[in-house]
Design a protein around this ligand. Structure first.
Ligand code: KG4
Length: 342
């Protein structure tokens, strides 16, 4: 039987990425980050789509080269159709359509959030790889989303809880901005929190029903604390930076884990995964290990390369869809909004 070789293309936000996966095993995963946004304190959509246009050809070329694969060997092209920034998505979508047409191979559309979850199934060809078994819960935390996903199979996932305002990564980034840290602030808070006291300051936690999240109250209470303390001591932030970061980080993780624990208990599920950019956070990863020990969970934490946006997760999702002949017509257009099922 011949191999199934998928080229994955990701362009939903500010990373242009291409990856080649052969029979579920990753051969390459190339990511071009867009440094241009850091001076604006956030992603500027128009600049992002222009940068994708510049990056897409070299990135795809490099992914094929590193994989040692010629274009004519590809079985299909998988691309991120949404959710994300429409201008950014259009670049990857148009490129994928054009290449698939010229090669006369199928096109597979991929939901970006489903792909974050299925990143747990990317094989790097190592002997000790572990995969969650269905059904499992996945905490999906990134700059744009905070969700608890009930994963019933590769192609049947239900969002059982999600943020009603900001995402966890957004809360980190916005609070970091208030402290004068560079964008994106999440990794800086993670680094600074390592030398801080997580109990130094107390911030508001939300009281909302079900498995939903909210981070806007925390953000406001963070802002007020800094404002009040800075009135007393203008150097408050600089003098307490590590403690502020550690306390903020601990609060965010507490909020995330409380609802996840509730969902796992209610649904009697012990297989629990984490995915998305914020899953790179050291303390969140530790919280997962602690929960594994305390609640007898089997936890799945992705390698760092698969936490932030990457095309390997698009290619693996495309691979599973390809096996089911789940192809996409050329007429399909990108979508920006998050859906409750994927
Ligand atoms: O999934 P992702 O790459 O894409 C978006 O949704 O945009 O996630 C990016 C988010 C940013 O908010 C960033 O601050 C956060 O993930 N992030 C982290 C860490 N690394 C990335 N947050 C906390 N700790 C980290 N180590």
């Amino acid at each position: 039987m011949s191999s199934t070789i998928i080229l994955g293309i990701e362009s939903s936000c500010d990373d242009t990425s291409a990856s080649v996966i052969c029979d579920g095993v990753m051969l390459s995963n190339v990511i071009a980050n867009q440094a241009i946004h850091s001076s604006y304190g956030g992603v500027v959509p128009e600049l992002a789509s222009r940068a994708h246009q510049l990056n897409i050809i070299p990135v795809v070329h490099e992914a094929l080269k590193r994989a040692g694969i010629e274009k004519h060997q590809l079985s299909a092209i998988a691309f991120t159709r949404g959710p994300g920034l429409l201008g950014s998505l259009l670049v990857g979508t148009s490129f994928a359509k054009g290449l698939a047409q010229s090669l006369q191979i199928p096109l597979v559309d991929v939901n970006h959030l489903q792909a974050h979850v299925l990143a747990h199934f990317i094989s790097e060809g190592k002997a000790d790889e572990q995969r969650p078994e269905f059904p499992f819960l996945c905490l999906l935390v990134s700059g744009g989303n905070s969700q608890i996903v009930l994963v019933k199979s590769y192609d049947n996932m239900e969002v059982i809880g999600q943020t009603i305002d900001d995402a966890a990564g957004e809360a980190f980034d916005k609070c970091a901005k208030v402290m004068g840290l560079p964008y994106p602030g999440g990794p800086h808070i993670d680094r600074l929190a390592k030398d801080g006291n997580a109990k130094a300051f107390v911030f508001n936690k939300p009281h909302i029903p079900d498995y939903n999240y909210s981070f806007s109250g925390l953000k406001t209470s963070f802002l007020y604390l800094l404002r009040d303390k800075t009135k007393e001591n203008p150097n408050f932030v600089e003098e307490n930076l590590n403690d502020i970061c550690a306390s903020l980080q601990a609060t965010v993780i507490d909020i995330l884990m409380n609802k996840l624990r509730k969902a796992a208990k209610d649904l009697n599920i012990k297989q629990v995964a984490v995915a998305g950019g914020v899953s790179a956070n050291t303390a969140l990863r530790q919280a997962f290990h602690d929960h594994a020990a305390k609640y007898n969970w089997e936890v799945f934490i992705p390698p760092f390369a698969f936490t932030t946006d990457n095309a390997a997760m698009i290619a693996i999702t495309g691979y599973f869809k390809y096996l089911k002949n789940d192809f996409c017509s050329i007429e399909k257009v990108p979508f920006s909004r998050v859906t409750n099922k994927f």
